[in-house]
Design a binder for this molecule. Structure first.
Ligand code: SF4
Ligand code: SF4
Length: 93
């Protein structure tokens, strides 16, 4: 049986903080200097989305993998783990 990524993500649970642990430092860089906008493609949880004039950050679904922090060519993402007790909880099986 083939297991899809959506099936795996369904097993995760989140305790969402009311403040984001992810922040785009300078939104203008995203829209004027970042040609390929890799954050839109490297995030396994589709946290970053292209809106009309900005990149939105749906931090609630972050899997805390760190890929966006490394993949942003402009080091334009301020990244930290969620506060203690908040964030993703992985379940296996
Ligand atoms: Fe902005 Fe970095 Fe995403 Fe580029 S990769 S759009 S600079 S957050
Ligand atoms: Fe997406 Fe991983 Fe960055 Fe969270 S840490 S926003 S899951 S790429």
């Amino acid at each position: 049986m083939t297991v899809k990524i959506e099936d795996k993500l369904f097993l995760d649970r989140f305790k969402v903080d009311d403040e984001s642990h992810l922040k785009i430092v300078d939104g203008a860089i995203c829209m004027t200097q970042c040609g390929e906008q890799p954050c839109l493609y490297i995030c396994p949880a589709n946290v970053y989305k292209l809106e009309k004039d900005r990149i939105s950050v749906s931090y609630e679904g972050c899997l805390e993998c760190g890929s966006c922090r490394i993949g942003c060519p402009h080091l334009n993402i301020e990244w930290r783990f969620p506060r203690g007790g908040y964030g993703v909880r992985h379940k296996f099986g």
